[in-house]
Design a binder for this molecule. Sequence first.
Ligand code: GLA
Length: 390
Amino acid sequence: MPITQRDASLISRISSLFKDLFAEEPVLVRSPGRVNLIGEHTDYNNGFVLPAAIDKAVYMAVSPRDDEEMHLVAADLDQRYRGKLHEFSTSPQQWPDYILGVVSQLQAHGKVFSGFNCVFGGDIPIGAGMSSSAALECATVFALNDVFGLGLDALTMVRLAQKAENEFVGVKCGIMDQFASMFGRKDSVIRLDCRSLEYAYVPFRSEGIRIVLFDTGVKHSLASSEYNTRRKQCEAGTRLVQAHHPEVLSLRDVSPGMLERYVAPADLLIYRRCNYVVGENARLLAACDDLEKGDMESFGERMFATHEGLSRDYEVSCPELDFLVEQVREEPAVLGARMMGGGFGGCTINLVREEAIEELTRRTASAYKRAMNRDLRMYKGQIESGTSRI
Ligand code: GLA
C-alpha cells in the first residue's frame, strides 16, 4: 500500500526508537483498525458483518533475541515490559496482555521460538471502538510469524489473535475485528459470514459519500463485562429454541417466529436481546442488496434502525452515542448513523455527503459540547488494506 506522510513519520519514529534501544534492524509491520458499516453484535452469533480496515494502524518493530526474554515497549505510553517466554501471566499495565496472549496462543499451537524485542505505537485512538486491541494482536501474530518463519496462514493468525483476546485478555469477542484487520482491502468492505468464514470484498466507492466517525470521547468501564453478558444472553435464548428445534446451532438459525414462540414467554429480556440480533442479520443482508444497487439512502436508513435496536433492545449504547445519532437524524447530508462496535462509548459511524462534512462537524461538535460538556473528535474513514509487512 502507498505510504502516506503521516504513516512514514510514525514508521520512522517506531523504527528509530527500536534501533536506539536494541541497535538492530527490525522487521516492521503495519496492522490497521477497523470500521463496521452494519452487522453489530452478530459475529459471535455466527451471523454476518460488513467491516473494513482503515487508515489508522499499529506499527510494530520486532527482532529475535538469543535468550528466552521478551522486551516490549509501548512507544506512545512510554512504558516497558520485560518477561520470560515460559513464565508470564497477565500484566497490570494491560497493554502487554494483547502481545502475551498471542505468545501464549502460539505456544499452545505448538510453535517454538526464542525471545524477542518489540516496539510498537500508532494512531488508532484507544477506546474509540476502532479495535486498537485487535490491531495490536494481529500485528503481533503477523510479526512473530514473519520473524520466526512459523508458517501460519492469514486465517490461522486471525483465529489465534481472537483466541488471545478470548482466553488471555478475557473478552469473549467474535472474529470480526481481527478478521477485518488482517484481511482488509483498499476501498472495499468485507461481507463476512462468521459461521463458514466465507467472505467477499464489496467495493465501497460511493460517489460523494464518505464514512465519518464522531468520537464521543467516552469509554465506560463496564464495556467488557456487559459484552460477555450479552453473549451469554444470546446463548440462553438459543438454548430455549434448541429445546424444540435441535437443528438450531446458534441465533443465526433462529427465526422471529421461533423467538416469539419459545423465548418471549420464558424471558422477555432475553427475547429483546435475541430479537435484535435476528433482526440485525436480516438487515445486513438487505443492506448488502442496497449496496449492490447503489441505493445508499436505503442503506443509511438501515443504519439508523440498527442504532435503534442496539440502544433500546440490546442496550449497549450510552447517552453520548444516542445524542450524536439523534443530532444528525434529520440532517439532509447524513444518509445513516449508528453507534459502532461493542458499545458503551466509542464512535458513531455516519454516511455523510462529502461537501457537508466540515459544516456538519462544526455544528455537531458545538451541540455536543453544550449538551454533554465534551469535545467531539471527527475522523474520516479512509478504507485501506489489511495487516502487512512494511
Ligand atoms: C467488539 C468485538 C467484536 C464484535 C463487536 C460488536 O468490537 O470485538 O467481535 O462483537 O464488538 O459487533
